[in-house]
Design a protein around this ligand. Structure first.
Ligand code: HEC
Ligand code: HEC
Length: 406
């Protein structure tokens, strides 16, 4: 009797341990540090805007891969309204996920300008040593975004928030009076949001591609070397034939991986960007309010920022019209198959098919004129892909959506 009881309690205990084990493995991804949790609270707080109506998430929705979540906007001008009604930015929101590896903006003699945050790199990272944290400070005081008058008001809003206890724990006493404290709090707000954006909750690496990447790695196979000649060797690792052939074209004839690189980032997975800058010659989006207000306006991109910060003409003139290579992670993530997303810095393209067709045929079909003709990349534009190959590339990009790992 005694031994049976002991046996039963061992059984019970091990069942409990297994149960706990499973729970802790599943939670491992979700448990946020206080700083990360604060970052999340800040990211979703509408009250941190002039009219208490706009959070970061309004322009960076998780359901679409942390980019613009409103399909009516995506279908047209693709730029989002700020807290003040009628105030619009002039670019499409890029993803706020997977951006944490972008280095401080710098010039590389081989690759040119690299790093920073925003389409034009202007959150360079020079101030905080981290472009992502520096970026996160911007929207709160941007009159076209959250439009709060100053950092002191932001500090006061955080002090009055529902998560003020956590905020005090992470940021220190929220004395929002003296300038030095306010400035420290403001910096740490930026760092907290960046910490959250870097968590597995936001940048989760759970796409079908990531599963494939892991399996290939376990077999000692190098995914960066996949081509039309050897792609069949990569079968049964989680991608179907069309997706595999898409990756092969992406890597070779399509030239995509020369910018949307397969090089491992800090988490051990590719980010599909080398953080460099290019002018692809994307046409103007005529529905962008900035273009409607001034039809001759052309977005100067990186060159505009370099000019504004006082670089000599020889430095900035070769960068006019260039934009940072965006990650392709979650580029197809959408709440339903018919939901429209916009692509490119101005959201000119409304589907992946369209933008791939543009890369393939920019120089051979009558596309509308580029927004900026200077400094255009000439490696793309006439890739000589057939319709099937274009579609394969699209099928491959669809494997980059989080939550689809097998
Ligand atoms: C009104 C819409 C809007 C709001 C609100 C907004 N953003 Fe953005 N976000 C954008 C746009 C547009 C860009 C690109 C701007 C540019 O390049 O000039 C951008 C760029 C970014 C980037 C740069 C990504 C990259 O790869 O360069 C990050 C990160 C980001 N936002 C995070 C945030 C955070 C954090 C908040 C809240 C503090 C926020 N955004 C609030 C629209 C918005
Ligand atoms: C020379 C570098 C380069 C090459 C090669 C390249 N891209 Fe890009 N890609 C960029 C840049 C830069 C942008 C942003 C340009 C802009 O908005 O003006 C971009 C944007 C995109 C976007 C839009 C993403 C978004 O979130 O808006 C997609 C999709 C894309 N590229 C896919 C591809 C595919 C597929 C290929 C191969 C056929 C490819 N790219 C080849 C540099 C490159």
């Amino acid at each position: 009797m005694k031994s049976r009881l002991a046996w039963m309690s061992i059984l019970l205990l091990s069942a409990l341990m297994i149960g706990l084990g499973i729970a802790s493995a599943a939670q491992a991804q979700q448990v946020l540090t206080p700083q990360e949790q604060l970052g999340k609270d800040l990211f979703y707080d509408q009250n941190l805007s002039l009219n208490n109506n706009l959070a970061c998430a309004a322009c960076h929705g998780p359901e679409v891969g942390y980019t613009g979540p409103d399909q009516l906007i995506n279908l047209h001008g693709a730029v989002y309204e700020g807290s003040i009604s009628g105030a619009f930015g002039n670019r499409k929101p890029p993803s706020a996920a997977y951006a944490g590896d972008s280095p401080i903006l710098h010039f590389d003699t081989v690759a040119g300008w690299i790093g920073g945050m925003f389409w034009d790199g202007r959150a360079s990272g020079d101030v905080l040593g981290d472009p992502l944290a520096e970026q996160a400070k911007g929207p709160f005081l941007n009159p076209k975004e959250q439009a709060i008058p100053d950092a002191q008001t932001l500090c006061q809003k955080v002090a009055a928030s529902s998560y003020s206890v956590l905020a005090t724990q992470v940021l220190g006493t929220l004395n929002c009076i003296d300038a030095a404290t306010v400035s420290m709090v403001y910096n740490d707000i930026g760092r907290s949001i960046a910490a959250y954006e870097r968590t597995l909750e936001v940048s989760s690496f759970t796409s079908r591609f990531d599963g494939f990447w892991d399996k290939a790695k376990m077999k000692g196979m190098d995914v960066t070397q996949i081509s039309m000649v050897n792609w069949e060797k990569y079968k049964s690792l989680g991608l179907n034939n069309d997706q595999l052939r898409g990756l092969a074209v992406f890597n070779t004839k399509g030239t995509c991986s020369s910018c949307h690189t397969l090089t491992e980032g800090s988490a051990g997975y590719p980010l599909f960007t080398d953080f460099s800058y290019d002018n692809l010659g994307i046409p103007k989006n005529l529905e962008n309010p900035a273009t409607i207000a001034n039809p001759s306006w052309a977005d100067p991109g990186l060159g505009g920022y370099l000019q504004a910060r006082g670089e000599p003409e020889a430095v900035y003139s070769t960068e006019i019209g260039k934009f940072k290579v965006p990650t392709l992670r979650n580029v197809d993530l959408r709440p339903s198959p018919t939901f429209v997303k916009a692509y490119g810095h101005n959201g000119y393209f409304k589907s992946l098919e369209e933008i791939v067709h543009f890369y393939n045929t920019r120089d051979v079909l009558p596309w509308p004129a580029p927004e900026v003709t200077a400094n255009m990349n000439t490696a793309i534009g006439n890739l000589r892909l057939n319709k099937t190959q274009e579609q394969w590339i699209v099928e491959f990009m669809k494997t980059l959506s989080d939550g689809t790992i097998q």
